[in-house]
Design a protein around this ligand. Structure first.
Ligand SMILES: Cc1cc2nc3c(=O)[nH]c(=O)nc-3n(C[C@H](O)[C@H](O)[C@H](O)COP(=O)(O)OP(=O)(O)OC[C@H]3O[C@@H](n4cnc5c(N)ncnc54)[C@H](O)[C@@H]3O)c2cc1C
Length: 497
Protein backbone atom coordinates (compact mmCIF):
# COMPACT_ATOMS: atom_id res chain seq x y z
CA UNK A 1 0.00 0.00 0.00
CA UNK A 2 2.82 2.36 1.03
CA UNK A 3 4.69 1.60 -2.19
CA UNK A 4 1.62 2.39 -4.32
CA UNK A 5 1.18 5.71 -2.50
CA UNK A 6 4.81 6.65 -3.17
CA UNK A 7 4.38 5.71 -6.82
CA UNK A 8 1.25 7.86 -7.15
CA UNK A 9 3.03 10.81 -5.51
CA UNK A 10 5.99 10.39 -7.84
CA UNK A 11 3.73 10.24 -10.88
CA UNK A 12 1.87 13.33 -9.72
CA UNK A 13 5.13 15.15 -9.15
CA UNK A 14 6.23 14.19 -12.62
CA UNK A 15 2.98 15.53 -14.07
CA UNK A 16 3.33 18.75 -12.11
CA UNK A 17 6.97 19.15 -13.14
CA UNK A 18 6.55 18.43 -16.82
CA UNK A 19 5.75 21.58 -18.75
CA UNK A 20 3.91 22.56 -21.89
CA UNK A 21 5.86 25.39 -23.46
CA UNK A 22 4.88 27.46 -26.49
CA UNK A 23 7.42 29.31 -28.57
CA UNK A 24 7.90 30.60 -32.10
CA UNK A 25 10.93 28.44 -32.96
CA UNK A 26 12.43 25.42 -31.26
CA UNK A 27 16.06 24.69 -32.10
CA UNK A 28 16.95 21.03 -31.66
CA UNK A 29 20.63 20.85 -30.72
CA UNK A 30 23.11 23.25 -29.14
CA UNK A 31 26.05 22.49 -31.41
CA UNK A 32 27.54 24.95 -33.89
CA UNK A 33 24.43 24.97 -36.11
CA UNK A 34 22.02 25.46 -33.20
CA UNK A 35 24.05 28.29 -31.65
CA UNK A 36 24.48 29.98 -35.00
CA UNK A 37 20.71 29.78 -35.65
CA UNK A 38 19.92 31.24 -32.22
CA UNK A 39 22.48 34.03 -32.68
CA UNK A 40 20.95 34.90 -36.05
CA UNK A 41 17.46 35.04 -34.52
CA UNK A 42 18.71 37.36 -31.81
CA UNK A 43 20.39 39.63 -34.33
CA UNK A 44 17.11 39.78 -36.27
CA UNK A 45 15.25 40.52 -33.03
CA UNK A 46 13.37 37.27 -32.90
CA UNK A 47 13.83 36.37 -29.27
CA UNK A 48 11.01 33.88 -28.85
CA UNK A 49 13.01 30.66 -29.33
CA UNK A 50 14.12 27.69 -27.28
CA UNK A 51 17.28 25.61 -27.71
CA UNK A 52 17.17 21.99 -26.56
CA UNK A 53 20.09 19.61 -26.14
CA UNK A 54 20.54 16.29 -24.38
CA UNK A 55 24.12 17.11 -23.38
CA UNK A 56 24.91 19.18 -20.30
CA UNK A 57 26.92 21.73 -22.30
CA UNK A 58 26.94 23.78 -25.47
CA UNK A 59 29.13 22.52 -28.32
CA UNK A 60 27.74 19.26 -29.69
CA UNK A 61 30.57 17.43 -31.43
CA UNK A 62 33.01 20.09 -30.26
CA UNK A 63 33.84 18.63 -26.90
CA UNK A 64 36.86 17.85 -24.77
CA UNK A 65 37.87 15.67 -21.83
CA UNK A 66 40.51 15.70 -19.17
CA UNK A 67 43.42 13.43 -19.97
CA UNK A 68 46.36 13.48 -17.62
CA UNK A 69 46.64 17.07 -16.56
CA UNK A 70 45.57 18.31 -20.00
CA UNK A 71 42.35 18.75 -21.91
CA UNK A 72 42.13 16.87 -25.20
CA UNK A 73 39.62 17.52 -27.96
CA UNK A 74 37.52 14.42 -28.58
CA UNK A 75 35.84 15.84 -31.68
CA UNK A 76 36.61 18.87 -33.84
CA UNK A 77 40.18 20.09 -33.34
CA UNK A 78 41.18 22.03 -36.44
CA UNK A 79 40.08 25.37 -37.81
CA UNK A 80 40.18 24.88 -41.55
CA UNK A 81 41.58 28.14 -42.85
CA UNK A 82 41.46 31.73 -41.73
CA UNK A 83 40.33 34.82 -43.67
CA UNK A 84 36.52 34.90 -43.74
CA UNK A 85 36.10 31.55 -41.97
CA UNK A 86 33.46 32.34 -39.29
CA UNK A 87 35.01 29.82 -36.89
CA UNK A 88 38.35 31.55 -37.20
CA UNK A 89 36.62 34.82 -36.53
CA UNK A 90 35.04 33.40 -33.37
CA UNK A 91 38.45 32.06 -32.33
CA UNK A 92 39.91 35.56 -32.67
CA UNK A 93 36.97 37.20 -30.90
CA UNK A 94 37.24 34.87 -27.91
CA UNK A 95 41.02 34.56 -27.75
CA UNK A 96 41.18 30.84 -28.49
CA UNK A 97 44.68 29.37 -28.27
CA UNK A 98 45.71 27.62 -31.49
CA UNK A 99 48.94 26.61 -33.21
CA UNK A 100 49.62 26.33 -36.94
CA UNK A 101 49.01 22.84 -38.24
CA UNK A 102 51.73 21.56 -40.53
CA UNK A 103 51.07 18.28 -42.32
CA UNK A 104 54.50 18.44 -43.90
CA UNK A 105 56.12 18.30 -40.47
CA UNK A 106 55.95 14.57 -40.94
CA UNK A 107 58.11 11.55 -40.04
CA UNK A 108 57.86 8.25 -41.92
CA UNK A 109 57.97 4.84 -40.26
CA UNK A 110 57.45 1.29 -41.34
CA UNK A 111 57.41 -2.08 -39.61
CA UNK A 112 61.18 -1.87 -39.07
CA UNK A 113 61.16 1.56 -37.47
CA UNK A 114 61.87 5.05 -38.75
CA UNK A 115 62.74 5.07 -42.45
CA UNK A 116 66.46 5.65 -42.76
CA UNK A 117 65.79 7.66 -45.88
CA UNK A 118 63.06 10.14 -44.93
CA UNK A 119 63.30 11.68 -48.42
CA UNK A 120 61.71 8.52 -49.75
CA UNK A 121 58.57 9.44 -47.76
CA UNK A 122 58.74 13.10 -48.76
CA UNK A 123 59.00 12.09 -52.40
CA UNK A 124 55.78 10.01 -52.22
CA UNK A 125 54.08 12.75 -50.21
CA UNK A 126 54.87 15.33 -52.91
CA UNK A 127 53.84 12.91 -55.63
CA UNK A 128 50.40 12.64 -54.04
CA UNK A 129 50.17 16.43 -53.68
CA UNK A 130 50.40 16.72 -57.46
CA UNK A 131 47.90 13.89 -57.89
CA UNK A 132 45.42 15.88 -55.75
CA UNK A 133 45.74 18.85 -58.10
CA UNK A 134 45.19 16.51 -61.05
CA UNK A 135 42.08 15.12 -59.34
CA UNK A 136 40.59 18.60 -59.11
CA UNK A 137 41.40 19.44 -62.73
CA UNK A 138 40.09 16.09 -63.86
CA UNK A 139 36.82 16.59 -61.95
CA UNK A 140 36.42 20.04 -63.55
CA UNK A 141 37.07 18.64 -67.03
CA UNK A 142 34.54 15.87 -66.54
CA UNK A 143 31.95 18.32 -65.22
CA UNK A 144 32.39 20.55 -68.26
CA UNK A 145 31.73 17.53 -70.49
CA UNK A 146 28.75 16.53 -68.31
CA UNK A 147 30.31 13.16 -67.57
CA UNK A 148 29.06 11.08 -64.66
CA UNK A 149 30.62 11.17 -61.22
CA UNK A 150 33.29 8.57 -60.41
CA UNK A 151 34.59 7.05 -57.23
CA UNK A 152 37.84 8.66 -56.19
CA UNK A 153 39.56 5.28 -56.46
CA UNK A 154 38.56 4.96 -60.09
CA UNK A 155 39.69 8.53 -60.81
CA UNK A 156 43.03 7.93 -59.06
CA UNK A 157 43.56 4.81 -61.15
CA UNK A 158 42.76 6.67 -64.35
CA UNK A 159 45.29 9.32 -63.36
CA UNK A 160 47.94 6.63 -62.91
CA UNK A 161 48.09 6.52 -59.11
CA UNK A 162 48.27 3.08 -57.53
CA UNK A 163 48.85 2.68 -53.77
CA UNK A 164 50.87 -0.48 -54.38
CA UNK A 165 53.45 -0.04 -51.63
CA UNK A 166 52.81 0.42 -47.88
CA UNK A 167 54.33 3.90 -48.10
CA UNK A 168 52.10 5.00 -50.98
CA UNK A 169 49.07 3.53 -49.22
CA UNK A 170 49.93 5.39 -46.01
CA UNK A 171 50.36 8.70 -47.86
CA UNK A 172 47.06 8.20 -49.66
CA UNK A 173 45.40 7.35 -46.34
CA UNK A 174 46.74 10.59 -44.81
CA UNK A 175 45.27 12.62 -47.67
CA UNK A 176 41.96 10.85 -48.30
CA UNK A 177 40.78 8.65 -45.41
CA UNK A 178 42.20 10.85 -42.69
CA UNK A 179 40.33 13.86 -44.13
CA UNK A 180 37.08 12.34 -45.43
CA UNK A 181 37.11 9.47 -42.95
CA UNK A 182 36.34 7.02 -45.74
CA UNK A 183 38.53 5.36 -48.36
CA UNK A 184 38.85 6.49 -51.99
CA UNK A 185 36.50 3.65 -53.02
CA UNK A 186 33.66 5.43 -51.20
CA UNK A 187 34.40 9.11 -51.82
CA UNK A 188 32.76 10.90 -54.74
CA UNK A 189 35.22 12.53 -57.14
CA UNK A 190 32.88 15.36 -58.02
CA UNK A 191 31.71 16.35 -54.54
CA UNK A 192 34.51 15.11 -52.27
CA UNK A 193 38.10 14.70 -53.44
CA UNK A 194 37.80 16.64 -56.71
CA UNK A 195 36.84 19.98 -55.23
CA UNK A 196 39.26 22.88 -54.82
CA UNK A 197 38.86 22.71 -51.06
CA UNK A 198 40.95 19.53 -50.87
CA UNK A 199 43.95 21.24 -52.41
CA UNK A 200 43.84 24.90 -51.58
CA UNK A 201 41.33 24.97 -48.73
CA UNK A 202 38.37 27.33 -49.10
CA UNK A 203 39.88 29.77 -46.68
CA UNK A 204 43.47 30.96 -47.00
CA UNK A 205 46.52 31.02 -44.74
CA UNK A 206 46.55 27.42 -43.50
CA UNK A 207 44.81 25.44 -40.77
CA UNK A 208 45.08 25.90 -37.02
CA UNK A 209 45.11 23.19 -34.34
CA UNK A 210 43.26 24.14 -31.16
CA UNK A 211 45.26 23.73 -27.95
CA UNK A 212 43.18 25.74 -25.52
CA UNK A 213 42.73 24.43 -21.97
CA UNK A 214 39.17 25.81 -21.98
CA UNK A 215 38.38 23.56 -24.94
CA UNK A 216 37.45 24.39 -28.54
CA UNK A 217 33.79 24.77 -27.56
CA UNK A 218 34.77 27.78 -25.44
CA UNK A 219 34.08 29.90 -28.54
CA UNK A 220 30.51 28.57 -28.89
CA UNK A 221 29.84 28.95 -25.17
CA UNK A 222 31.18 32.51 -25.17
CA UNK A 223 29.29 33.40 -28.33
CA UNK A 224 26.03 32.17 -26.77
CA UNK A 225 26.61 34.62 -23.90
CA UNK A 226 26.29 37.48 -26.38
CA UNK A 227 22.57 36.74 -26.73
CA UNK A 228 21.57 34.47 -23.82
CA UNK A 229 21.31 35.74 -20.27
CA UNK A 230 22.84 33.94 -17.30
CA UNK A 231 20.68 30.83 -16.68
CA UNK A 232 18.45 31.83 -19.61
CA UNK A 233 15.36 29.61 -19.59
CA UNK A 234 15.50 29.51 -23.41
CA UNK A 235 18.50 27.17 -23.19
CA UNK A 236 17.29 23.74 -22.07
CA UNK A 237 20.32 21.46 -21.63
CA UNK A 238 20.14 17.88 -20.29
CA UNK A 239 16.93 17.55 -22.30
CA UNK A 240 16.60 14.47 -24.45
CA UNK A 241 14.19 14.77 -27.36
CA UNK A 242 12.31 11.52 -27.91
CA UNK A 243 9.63 12.48 -30.42
CA UNK A 244 8.96 15.26 -32.94
CA UNK A 245 5.47 15.65 -34.47
CA UNK A 246 5.03 18.06 -37.34
CA UNK A 247 2.25 19.26 -39.62
CA UNK A 248 1.52 22.25 -41.87
CA UNK A 249 0.95 24.55 -38.90
CA UNK A 250 3.37 23.65 -36.15
CA UNK A 251 5.88 21.28 -34.60
CA UNK A 252 5.54 19.56 -31.23
CA UNK A 253 8.60 18.24 -29.46
CA UNK A 254 8.40 15.66 -26.67
CA UNK A 255 11.23 15.19 -24.21
CA UNK A 256 12.19 12.28 -21.97
CA UNK A 257 11.30 14.26 -18.84
CA UNK A 258 7.74 14.82 -20.06
CA UNK A 259 8.09 18.38 -21.32
CA UNK A 260 6.17 19.28 -24.46
CA UNK A 261 7.35 22.19 -26.58
CA UNK A 262 5.05 23.52 -29.24
CA UNK A 263 6.47 25.85 -31.88
CA UNK A 264 5.52 27.38 -35.19
CA UNK A 265 8.82 26.20 -36.63
CA UNK A 266 11.60 23.80 -35.64
CA UNK A 267 15.20 23.61 -36.76
CA UNK A 268 16.56 20.12 -36.36
CA UNK A 269 20.36 20.10 -36.17
CA UNK A 270 20.75 16.48 -35.11
CA UNK A 271 23.59 14.72 -36.88
CA UNK A 272 23.07 12.76 -40.07
CA UNK A 273 23.75 9.61 -38.02
CA UNK A 274 20.89 10.44 -35.66
CA UNK A 275 18.54 11.23 -38.56
CA UNK A 276 19.45 7.95 -40.24
CA UNK A 277 18.69 6.00 -37.07
CA UNK A 278 15.42 5.60 -35.21
CA UNK A 279 16.68 7.17 -31.98
CA UNK A 280 14.17 10.00 -32.31
CA UNK A 281 10.62 9.27 -33.44
CA UNK A 282 9.41 11.61 -36.16
CA UNK A 283 5.67 11.72 -36.71
CA UNK A 284 4.66 11.32 -39.48
CA UNK A 285 7.68 9.23 -40.50
CA UNK A 286 9.79 10.91 -43.14
CA UNK A 287 8.49 10.50 -46.70
CA UNK A 288 10.46 8.17 -48.94
CA UNK A 289 12.22 10.95 -50.89
CA UNK A 290 13.57 12.29 -47.58
CA UNK A 291 14.68 8.90 -46.30
CA UNK A 292 16.33 8.10 -49.63
CA UNK A 293 18.21 11.39 -49.40
CA UNK A 294 19.31 10.94 -45.79
CA UNK A 295 20.48 7.39 -46.45
CA UNK A 296 22.35 8.36 -49.62
CA UNK A 297 24.99 10.18 -47.58
CA UNK A 298 27.43 8.58 -45.18
CA UNK A 299 27.95 9.30 -41.51
CA UNK A 300 31.58 8.35 -41.06
CA UNK A 301 33.58 7.59 -37.95
CA UNK A 302 36.86 9.28 -37.14
CA UNK A 303 38.45 8.19 -33.90
CA UNK A 304 41.28 9.83 -32.05
CA UNK A 305 42.92 7.40 -29.64
CA UNK A 306 44.84 9.25 -26.92
CA UNK A 307 47.78 7.52 -25.26
CA UNK A 308 49.69 8.79 -22.28
CA UNK A 309 53.20 7.55 -21.48
CA UNK A 310 55.61 7.68 -18.57
CA UNK A 311 58.32 9.13 -20.80
CA UNK A 312 58.54 10.65 -24.27
CA UNK A 313 60.31 8.26 -26.65
CA UNK A 314 59.48 10.11 -29.88
CA UNK A 315 60.89 13.20 -31.54
CA UNK A 316 59.44 16.63 -32.18
CA UNK A 317 57.50 15.97 -35.39
CA UNK A 318 53.84 17.01 -35.59
CA UNK A 319 52.75 13.93 -37.56
CA UNK A 320 54.08 10.45 -38.23
CA UNK A 321 52.93 7.89 -40.76
CA UNK A 322 53.16 4.18 -40.09
CA UNK A 323 53.45 2.48 -43.47
CA UNK A 324 52.51 -1.12 -42.90
CA UNK A 325 51.22 -3.93 -45.07
CA UNK A 326 47.72 -3.74 -43.65
CA UNK A 327 47.38 -0.12 -44.76
CA UNK A 328 47.22 -1.40 -48.30
CA UNK A 329 44.10 -3.33 -47.39
CA UNK A 330 42.41 -0.74 -45.23
CA UNK A 331 44.42 0.88 -42.47
CA UNK A 332 46.08 0.05 -39.21
CA UNK A 333 46.99 2.85 -36.80
CA UNK A 334 48.47 4.74 -39.75
CA UNK A 335 48.43 8.42 -38.69
CA UNK A 336 50.09 9.52 -35.46
CA UNK A 337 50.14 12.93 -33.92
CA UNK A 338 52.49 14.23 -31.30
CA UNK A 339 50.61 16.31 -28.75
CA UNK A 340 53.98 17.35 -27.31
CA UNK A 341 55.02 19.02 -30.55
CA UNK A 342 56.40 22.48 -29.84
CA UNK A 343 53.54 24.76 -28.77
CA UNK A 344 50.93 21.98 -28.65
CA UNK A 345 50.07 20.83 -25.14
CA UNK A 346 49.88 23.32 -22.35
CA UNK A 347 51.20 20.84 -19.75
CA UNK A 348 54.29 19.87 -21.72
CA UNK A 349 56.35 19.06 -18.68
CA UNK A 350 54.04 16.47 -17.18
CA UNK A 351 52.10 14.82 -19.98
CA UNK A 352 53.58 12.74 -22.78
CA UNK A 353 50.72 12.15 -25.19
CA UNK A 354 50.49 10.56 -28.60
CA UNK A 355 47.27 10.52 -30.57
CA UNK A 356 46.66 7.89 -33.23
CA UNK A 357 43.67 8.09 -35.57
CA UNK A 358 41.50 5.35 -36.94
CA UNK A 359 38.67 5.80 -39.43
CA UNK A 360 35.65 4.06 -40.89
CA UNK A 361 35.67 0.22 -40.50
CA UNK A 362 38.76 0.33 -38.30
CA UNK A 363 37.03 2.77 -35.97
CA UNK A 364 34.00 0.56 -35.78
CA UNK A 365 36.22 -2.45 -35.14
CA UNK A 366 38.06 -0.85 -32.25
CA UNK A 367 34.84 0.58 -30.80
CA UNK A 368 33.75 -3.01 -30.25
CA UNK A 369 36.96 -3.81 -28.36
CA UNK A 370 37.83 -3.01 -24.77
CA UNK A 371 40.35 -0.25 -24.06
CA UNK A 372 42.81 -2.89 -22.87
CA UNK A 373 42.52 -4.87 -26.11
CA UNK A 374 43.15 -1.74 -28.18
CA UNK A 375 46.09 -0.85 -25.96
CA UNK A 376 47.64 -4.29 -26.55
CA UNK A 377 47.41 -3.87 -30.33
CA UNK A 378 48.84 -0.39 -30.22
CA UNK A 379 51.77 -1.44 -28.01
CA UNK A 380 52.87 -3.88 -30.70
CA UNK A 381 52.73 -1.12 -33.31
CA UNK A 382 54.73 1.18 -31.04
CA UNK A 383 57.33 -1.51 -30.58
CA UNK A 384 57.69 -1.82 -34.35
CA UNK A 385 57.75 1.92 -34.98
CA UNK A 386 59.90 3.11 -32.09
CA UNK A 387 61.62 -0.06 -30.91
CA UNK A 388 60.36 0.44 -27.34
CA UNK A 389 57.92 -1.59 -25.32
CA UNK A 390 56.22 0.95 -23.11
CA UNK A 391 52.73 0.42 -21.81
CA UNK A 392 50.61 3.59 -21.94
CA UNK A 393 49.71 4.73 -18.45
CA UNK A 394 46.34 5.85 -19.76
CA UNK A 395 44.22 5.47 -22.89
CA UNK A 396 41.15 7.38 -24.04
CA UNK A 397 38.95 6.21 -26.93
CA UNK A 398 35.91 8.31 -27.88
CA UNK A 399 33.28 5.96 -29.33
CA UNK A 400 31.46 8.24 -31.80
CA UNK A 401 29.80 5.51 -33.80
CA UNK A 402 28.12 4.02 -30.74
CA UNK A 403 27.18 7.39 -29.24
CA UNK A 404 23.36 7.68 -29.46
CA UNK A 405 23.51 11.50 -29.78
CA UNK A 406 25.80 11.38 -32.84
CA UNK A 407 26.11 7.87 -34.35
CA UNK A 408 29.34 8.79 -36.08
CA UNK A 409 31.66 11.74 -36.40
CA UNK A 410 30.80 13.69 -39.58
CA UNK A 411 29.24 13.23 -42.99
CA UNK A 412 30.85 12.36 -46.28
CA UNK A 413 29.60 12.63 -49.85
CA UNK A 414 29.85 9.13 -51.33
CA UNK A 415 29.80 8.02 -54.95
CA UNK A 416 26.17 7.54 -55.98
CA UNK A 417 24.71 10.48 -54.04
CA UNK A 418 23.47 13.19 -56.37
CA UNK A 419 23.03 16.91 -55.98
CA UNK A 420 19.26 16.36 -55.92
CA UNK A 421 19.68 13.97 -53.01
CA UNK A 422 21.48 16.70 -51.16
CA UNK A 423 18.76 19.24 -51.90
CA UNK A 424 16.18 16.73 -50.67
CA UNK A 425 18.16 16.03 -47.51
CA UNK A 426 18.26 19.74 -46.74
CA UNK A 427 14.63 20.46 -47.72
CA UNK A 428 12.09 21.18 -44.97
CA UNK A 429 9.07 19.02 -44.23
CA UNK A 430 5.63 20.68 -44.32
CA UNK A 431 7.57 23.97 -44.30
CA UNK A 432 7.58 23.81 -40.50
CA UNK A 433 10.33 21.27 -39.75
CA UNK A 434 13.64 22.56 -41.08
CA UNK A 435 17.07 20.94 -41.09
CA UNK A 436 20.48 22.44 -40.44
CA UNK A 437 23.87 21.10 -39.38
CA UNK A 438 27.12 20.15 -41.04
CA UNK A 439 25.67 17.44 -43.30
CA UNK A 440 23.21 19.91 -44.85
CA UNK A 441 26.00 22.13 -46.17
CA UNK A 442 26.77 21.26 -49.80
CA UNK A 443 29.85 23.45 -49.74
CA UNK A 444 31.33 22.60 -46.36
CA UNK A 445 29.79 19.35 -45.14
CA UNK A 446 31.86 17.72 -42.39
CA UNK A 447 33.21 21.05 -41.16
CA UNK A 448 32.33 23.19 -38.21
CA UNK A 449 32.02 26.24 -40.47
CA UNK A 450 29.52 24.28 -42.62
CA UNK A 451 27.36 23.74 -39.51
CA UNK A 452 27.69 27.42 -38.61
CA UNK A 453 26.60 28.62 -42.08
CA UNK A 454 23.64 26.23 -42.18
CA UNK A 455 22.28 27.44 -38.82
CA UNK A 456 22.51 31.02 -40.06
CA UNK A 457 20.91 30.17 -43.41
CA UNK A 458 17.87 28.36 -41.98
CA UNK A 459 17.32 30.99 -39.27
CA UNK A 460 17.21 33.68 -41.97
CA UNK A 461 14.62 31.69 -43.94
CA UNK A 462 12.44 31.15 -40.87
CA UNK A 463 12.46 34.86 -40.09
CA UNK A 464 11.23 35.41 -43.65
CA UNK A 465 8.52 32.75 -43.15
CA UNK A 466 7.37 34.49 -39.98
CA UNK A 467 7.33 37.98 -41.43
CA UNK A 468 5.64 37.00 -44.72
CA UNK A 469 3.42 34.31 -43.14
CA UNK A 470 4.70 31.92 -45.79
CA UNK A 471 8.08 30.43 -46.56
CA UNK A 472 10.16 30.88 -49.71
CA UNK A 473 10.04 27.89 -52.02
CA UNK A 474 12.88 25.43 -51.53
CA UNK A 475 14.09 23.03 -54.18
CA UNK A 476 13.14 19.38 -53.68
CA UNK A 477 12.52 16.41 -55.94
CA UNK A 478 9.88 13.80 -55.18
CA UNK A 479 11.71 11.44 -57.53
CA UNK A 480 15.44 11.66 -58.13
CA UNK A 481 16.04 10.59 -61.68
CA UNK A 482 19.17 10.25 -63.84
CA UNK A 483 22.31 12.22 -63.28
CA UNK A 484 22.67 15.69 -61.95
CA UNK A 485 21.84 18.40 -64.42
CA UNK A 486 24.87 20.54 -65.22
CA UNK A 487 23.08 23.77 -65.92
CA UNK A 488 24.37 25.17 -62.66
CA UNK A 489 27.88 23.82 -62.33
CA UNK A 490 28.63 26.38 -59.65
CA UNK A 491 26.47 24.43 -57.20
CA UNK A 492 29.34 24.05 -54.81
CA UNK A 493 29.62 27.79 -54.44
CA UNK A 494 25.98 28.72 -54.57
CA UNK A 495 24.68 31.79 -52.81
CA UNK A 496 23.83 31.06 -49.22
CA UNK A 497 20.64 33.07 -49.37
C1 LIG B 1 36.17 13.19 -34.15
C2 LIG B 1 35.72 14.41 -34.90
C3 LIG B 1 36.66 15.25 -35.45
C4 LIG B 1 36.26 16.39 -36.15
N1 LIG B 1 37.19 17.27 -36.58
C5 LIG B 1 36.82 18.46 -37.10
C6 LIG B 1 37.76 19.47 -37.33
O1 LIG B 1 38.92 19.32 -36.98
N2 LIG B 1 37.33 20.65 -37.88
C7 LIG B 1 36.03 20.85 -38.23
O2 LIG B 1 35.70 21.92 -38.78
N3 LIG B 1 35.10 19.91 -37.97
C8 LIG B 1 35.46 18.73 -37.40
N4 LIG B 1 34.53 17.81 -37.05
C9 LIG B 1 33.14 18.04 -37.45
C10 LIG B 1 32.45 19.05 -36.54
O3 LIG B 1 32.61 18.68 -35.22
C11 LIG B 1 30.98 19.06 -36.92
O4 LIG B 1 30.86 19.38 -38.29
C12 LIG B 1 30.16 20.09 -36.14
O5 LIG B 1 30.51 20.11 -34.80
C13 LIG B 1 28.69 19.73 -36.30
O6 LIG B 1 27.88 20.68 -35.65
P1 LIG B 1 26.30 20.53 -35.74
O7 LIG B 1 25.73 21.65 -34.99
O8 LIG B 1 25.91 20.32 -37.15
O9 LIG B 1 25.98 19.14 -35.02
P2 LIG B 1 26.23 18.66 -33.53
O10 LIG B 1 27.46 19.25 -33.00
O11 LIG B 1 26.15 17.16 -33.58
O12 LIG B 1 25.00 19.25 -32.72
C14 LIG B 1 23.78 18.57 -32.65
C15 LIG B 1 23.35 18.49 -31.20
O13 LIG B 1 22.15 17.72 -31.13
C16 LIG B 1 22.13 17.05 -29.90
N5 LIG B 1 21.22 15.90 -29.97
C17 LIG B 1 21.28 14.81 -30.77
N6 LIG B 1 20.24 14.00 -30.52
C18 LIG B 1 19.50 14.58 -29.56
C19 LIG B 1 18.28 14.24 -28.90
N7 LIG B 1 17.62 13.13 -29.16
N8 LIG B 1 17.80 15.10 -27.95
C20 LIG B 1 18.45 16.26 -27.66
N9 LIG B 1 19.61 16.63 -28.25
C21 LIG B 1 20.12 15.79 -29.20
C22 LIG B 1 23.56 16.61 -29.68
O14 LIG B 1 23.80 16.46 -28.30
C23 LIG B 1 24.34 17.78 -30.28
O15 LIG B 1 24.76 18.67 -29.28
C24 LIG B 1 34.89 16.68 -36.31
C25 LIG B 1 33.93 15.84 -35.73
C26 LIG B 1 34.35 14.74 -35.01
C27 LIG B 1 33.32 13.89 -34.30
Amino acid sequence: MYKILVLVILLLLDIVESRHIKTKVVILGAGAAGISAAKTFSELELNDFIILDAQSFIGGRVQHAEFGSSQVELGANWIYGKGQNPIYKLALDHGLKTVPNDKTNLAFFDERGKLSDQNQGTFVYNEFESIKIKLVNYAEQRKSKRQVDLSSRLALNLLGWKPDTPLKAAVEYFNIDWEFSEPAEMCSLEYATGIDDTVTGTYPFGNEFVVDSRGFNHILKEESKTFLNFKDSRLMLNTLVTKVSYNDHNVTVYTSNGDIIEAEYAICTFSLGVLQSDTVEFNPIFPEWKREALLSFHMTTYTKVFLKFESKFWQDWQFALYANNVTQHGSYYTVWQNLNAPGYLFQQQTDNILMVTTTDMESRRIERMTDTQVKQEIMQVIQRMFGVYQEPTDILIPRWHQHPLFRGSYSNWPIGALKKHHLNMRAPLKNTLWFAGEAMSADFYGFLHGAWFEGEYVANIIVRCLSNSSCPRTEMYKYVTGCDERKTPKFLHQQLY
